[in-house]
Design a protein around this ligand. Structure first.
Ligand SMILES: Nc1ncnc2c1ncn2[C@@H]1O[C@H](COP(=O)(O)OP(=O)(O)OP(=O)(O)O)[C@@H](O)[C@H]1O
Ligand SMILES: [Mg+2]
Length: 354
């Protein structure tokens, strides 16, 4: 007697020739029926008139029969994809967002630059991945991308497949997407203006095959100007995590962030104060290197929790610079992961704005 998970596992060997992901991950197998030694596999490709349908059918039968020779293996084509007809039967590039089932999208924002936004976005993705979630990270800082440098010591170059861009996979399986991975040269400057940046960000959603994910973490451009606003309006969002350092002019950050969030109706989940203090390794004494903390007053004014106060840690900064963020351990970060884990609801995301 065989169970469904055994059959799903066998079907995972079959990859869509264009999307380069397996047909189970892509959600092409909505149902499997087992009746003794007779098996019915429901197959639902994402496009009408899928050119590979016969190939898929024979691959499915072949893979299932590798487990055992069943009396019959039937592939039933689910025609619900007929609701998504394509222009003139052509396969367009992108438009694959229906394959992206992302439960929660969390953006990392700051009042000013250089406070450790990218660091916290990277660490959050790593912490969630360690807890076994499927995680992606999108570097939405188009003109100052810094996420790939934290995850890769040698930058992988993404080549789009005929229908989608596939994110790079980090050592531990975090999906990473950044404009930096699409540039021929690492140090090429992107000098696009607002509307083009907005379009690129939308494409990072509509043309990137994220697949099934529990969390997508977005590293926003610094500040509360046009750039982060454009990003937040271009993507569905569950909430925003605010990052500050003791150097911030607390009042200004509060006012700007609060009014911006109110305007776009995205909840602020909490405040993380980064580079909050330094613990002397020899004495264990904490020093407020950048002055006293403003975290409590800032958070109170916003009516949000202080999620964590993170220390300055030179060793961790070095690992991040070497592309080894996945090796970083910072116990103080655990509280950030726990907050994000708990955010509710496991939301069905709002519709993309047009
Ligand atoms: N807690 C920390 N301890 C030590 N170094 C840190 C810490 N947080 C961040 N850094 C380091 O500080 C530098 C700036 O951090 P990061 O790039 O994350 O800031 P950012 O807010 O994303 O900057 P930008 O506004 O330019 O995007 C990086 O080199 C990073 O490794
Ligand atoms: Mg950054």
């Amino acid at each position: 007697m065989h169970n469904k998970s055994e059959i799903y596992n066998a079907l995972r060997q079959i990859k869509d020739p264009e999307l380069e992901r397996d047909i189970v991950e892509l959600g092409f197998i909505p149902e499997i029926e087992i009746d003794g030694t007779r098996i019915i596999i429901h197959f639902c490709p994402d496009i009408f008139n899928c050119p590979f349908i016969n190939w898929f059918k024979s691959e499915i039968v072949k893979e299932v029969n590798k487990i055992n020779v069943f009396e019959s293996v039937e592939v039933m084509i689910d025609h619900s994809s007929e609701n998504k007809p394509l222009d003139k039967g052509a396969l367009p590039f992108g438009g694959i967002e229906h394959l992206n089932q992302v439960k929660k999208v969390v953006a990392i924002m700051s009042g000013k630059g250089g406070v450790g936004k990218s660091f916290i976005a990277g660490m959050l993705a790593v912490a969630l991945r360690r807890a076994n979630y499927d995680v992606g990270i999108l570097d939405a800082d188009i003109t100052g991308p810094s996420i790939p440098k934290m995850f890769f010591s040698r930058r992988p170059l993404l080549t789009p497949t005929p229908r989608a861009i596939l994110p790079a996979l980090s050592q531990n399986g975090i999906k990473v997407m950044s404009v930096n991975l699409l540039l021929q040269h690492d140090d090429e400057a992107v000098i696009w203006r607002g509307p083009l940046i907005g379009r690129a960000i939308k494409q990072f959603w509509t043309d990137t095959l994220w697949g099934n994910m529990d969390f997508l973490i977005i590293d926003l451009p610094p500040g509360t100007s046009d750039a982060p606003l454009t990003v937040m309006q271009s993507l569905p969002m569950s909430g925003v995590l605010l990052v500050s350092s003791p150097q911030d002019l607390a009042g200004m950050v509060v006012r700007k962030a609060a009014s911006m969030m109110k305007h776009i109706e995205i909840p602020i989940l909490g405040l993380v104060e980064n580079m909050s203090y330094f613990t002397a390794p020899d004495t264990g004494v904490n020093y407020d290197v950048f002055g006293p903390s403003h975290a409590e007053t800032t958070a109170e004014a916003l009516d949000i929790p202080v999620v964590a106060r993170l220390p300055i840690n030179a060793n961790i900064a070095m690992l991040c610079d070497q592309g080894k963020v996945e090796d970083c351990i910072m116990p103080e970060f655990e509280a950030v992961k726990e907050l994000i884990e708990k955010i509710t609801p496991p939301c069905s995301l709002p519709k993309m704005p047009g």
